[in-house]
Write a protein that binds this ligand. Structure first.
Ligand code: AMP
Ligand code: ZN
Length: 112
């Protein structure tokens, strides 16, 4: 989608620090980490947020969670938090569905 920051990152038009990539999703480190390890996992196909998940596109969400399970193991993260903000009042600033993965320390309440 035009003018979507994460679509541009997926397309390689904006640089990112890649953690993982496959045909369906892309994972990269957050530019402003809130924990020692903080990365984002996004579907390659633009979905604006959790509120746009439906029966037709939900399979990618299950896939993303399987990727999170695999990548966190590879990174040695035994404990971590997965967060997705939906809507401005919830703190969403980039309107392309993304899952924050935070770990590497005892996490304070309310991160992300
Ligand atoms: P949210 O506020 O939940 O929509 O999350 C958006 C996240 O994207 C924030 O944690 C930002 O720090 C992160 N972010 C914004 N721009 C970039 C970028 N160019 N590369 C990596 N992460 C970014
Ligand atoms: Zn997008």
């Amino acid at each position: 989608m035009e003018d979507c920051l994460f679509c541009k990152i997926i397309a390689g038009e904006i640089p990112s620090n890649k953690v993982y990539e496959d045909a369906l999703c892309y994972a990269f480190y957050d530019i402003a980490p809130q924990a020692p390890t903080h990365f984002l996992v996004v579907p390659k196909k633009h979905i604006s947020g959790v509120s746009e998940i439906c029966e037709e596109n939900a399979a990618v969400v299950a896939h993303i969670f399987s990727v999170i399970s695999k990548v966190t193991k590879e990174l040695g993260l035994a404990s971590y938090r997965v967060v997705s903000n939906c809507g401005e009042d919830a703190g969403q600033t980039v309107f392309h569905l993304h899952f924050h993965v935070l770990g590497g320390a005892r996490l304070a309440d309310g991160m992300c």
